[in-house]
Design a protein. Structure first.
Ligand SMILES: [Zn+2]
Length: 275
């Protein structure tokens, strides 16, 4: 192994809600290694079960101790997204860029968001207006709720509405006595309380000034960045040739450091052993 190499400090993340079972509003996420990328890329990627697997891999600490998988499932969707965004930022960089077409005039728009700023803003965002009086007791949707939904075979003509009803059924008590307007108020209150659960940035078209919504899906952003197996092999090949490292040694490198060494090799900086 390379002398002195460790995987680096885990990035601290503040969670808005944490756990109901013990105080846990601080967490730390470690960076992905090549071995992590190989394992996670081979297990999906995508879906809520996959998100739990990712979090079980990288969340080094939750409220002062290493979390159980069920604790990671019990986090709100927004808290799970905060952990995913911190992981993307520390492993692949914090800038996310899109190209979008304006839905009004078709003009092409470049959009960018800094994940570290987004996380900071979300952490400090006010809790929103007071919910209306008379709402039934409810809790925020969690990873466990979305995992349960993912296992359902759609049976209704409108699967999205079926999923919405089932989610509310799991999260709202006294469901049978609640009318549609109250349910809508519950959903609005849930969204305000967990702003990173659904991340939609509102951009403005430079040509026609129309509002252009841009959805940020943290799991999709991570999946799109994972180094594919074929690329990992060529990375191992290049670093094994340049430095004499073994495959496990190369794959144990944090992904940003592997990228750094590959840049050095490409620039002809690698020590050739004979000088
Ligand atoms: Zn436009």
């Amino acid at each position: 192994m390379i002398p002195g190499l460790d995987i680096g400090p885990a990035r601290p993340v503040r969670l808005r809600h944490g756990l109901a079972t013990r105080p846990a509003t601080t967490a730390a996420v470690r960076v992905l290694t090549g071995a992590d990328e190989a394992a996670l890329g081979g297990n999906g990627p995508g879906g809520e079960h996959w998100v739990t697997l990712v979090l079980a891999t990288v969340v080094a600490e939750l409220g002062g101790s290493r979390p159980e998988p069920d604790e990671l499932r019990a986090l709100s969707i927004g808290d799970r997204n905060a952990l995913l965004l911190a992981l993307v930022a520390s492993t692949y960089g914090s800038l996310v860029e899109w190209v979008l077409d304006c839905p009004s005039c078709g003009e092409r728009l470049d959009a960018a968001v800094d994940l570290v700023e987004l996380l900071g803003d979300a952490t400090h965002a006010p809790s929103g207006p007071r919910p209306p009086e008379g709402l039934p007791a409810f809790r925020l949707p969690t990873g466990a709720d979305l995992e349960a939904l993912a296992e359902l075979a759609p049976t209704a003509p409108d699967p999205a509405e079926q999923a919405r009803r089932l989610l509310l059924d799991r999260c709202v008590t006294a469901w049978h006595t609640v009318d549609e307007a109250t349910l809508a108020a519950v959903e609005t209150t849930m969204a305000a309380a967990d702003p990173l659960a659904d991340i939609e940035l509102l951009l403005s078209c430079a040509a026609c000034a129309a509002p252009v919504p841009a959805v940020l899906d943290p799991a999709a952003e991570l999946a799109a960045r994972l180094t594919p197996h074929r690329r990992l092999m060529t990375d191992v090949h290049a670093l094994a040739l340049a430095y004499g490292w073994t495959e496990p040694e190369v794959l144990a490198l944090p992904a940003p450091r592997r990228a750094g060494y590959l840049t050095l090799v490409a620039d002809g900086e690698a020590w050739d052993g004979d000088r």
